[in-house]
Design a protein around this ligand. Structure first.
Ligand code: GAR
Length: 222
């Protein structure tokens, strides 16, 4: 049990529905954490409006203003350093981070990805899942390492794929599942239950042999 709420910096690029689920869990007290700032690489991101409405400080680090990735990440690091945090939470942040940046934040950088990794890393996961004809799809939370969408997995939530699904209907089902998964996993971290030791995820002091499975019907684990 941590005495102080965990300080989260949330990085996003778009709408911010995962941020919203995190803010709601913080407000409800189910996630003993506080979002200390939200940083977007896109000035028009809906997540910025959402954060500002919740009274969370926001910042834009626009990648288009920098000649290269290293310059962008130096600015990102400077903005992160300006508001001390314990964990950097990627929530729909659509820029690939370099090995150097990731190494600087190792074990304190976590991401949610809309597929059952290692299936469908990268973009357009829902359309690709439908094209592949899979029966189940879902979302994964993982610590971020230099391997894009390949860092050590913490937990996964599964949803069924229906015969009449379109990429949009499937995305909506996965997104609702993400909103359950991410605040719960962040809660484990906030309570000191979740760590990364080398490449190994540990939950409650024990190495995780496989990502913690969440049933589509909704599982409470906090
Ligand atoms: C979410 O589905 C998230 O998993 C995905 O972007 C969406 C953001 O939605 N992230 C990635 O694809 C990262 N590779 P939101 O802005 O409503 O939270």
């Amino acid at each position: 049990m941590t005495a102080q709420p965990l300080r989260l910096a949330v990085l996003l690029s778009g709408r911010g529905s995962n941020l919203d689920s995190i803010l709601r869990a913080c407000a409800a007290g189910t996630l003993p954490a506080r979002v200390v700032q939200v940083i977007s690489n896109r000035p028009g991101a809906g997540g910025l409006t959402l954060a500002a409405a919740a009274g969370v400080p926001v910042a834009v680090v626009d990648h288009r203003q920098f000649a290269d990735r290293a310059g962008f990440e130096r600015a990102l690091d400077a903005q992160l350093a300006a508001v001390p945090c314990d964990l950097v939470v990627l929530a729909g942040f659509m820029r690939v981070l370099t090995a150097d940046f990731v190494a600087r934040h190792r074990g304190r950088l976590i991401n949610i990805h809309p597929s059952l990794l290692p299936e469908f890393p990268g973009l357009d996961t829902h359309a690709r899942a439908l094209a592949a004809g899979v029966a189940e799809h879902g979302a994964s939370v993982h610590f971020v390492t230099a391997a894009v969408d390949g860092g050590p997995l913490v937990a996964q939530i599964r949803v069924p794929v229906r015969a009449d699904d379109t990429p949009d209907t499937l995305a909506a089902r996965v997104l609702a599942a993400e909103h359950r998964l991410y605040p719960t996993v962040l809660g484990w971290y906030a309570r000191g239950r979740l760590t990364l030791a080398g490449e190994q995820v540990q939950l409650d002091g024990l190495p995780l042999a496989a990502p913690v499975p969440f049933a589509a019907a909704g599982e409470r684990d906090d």
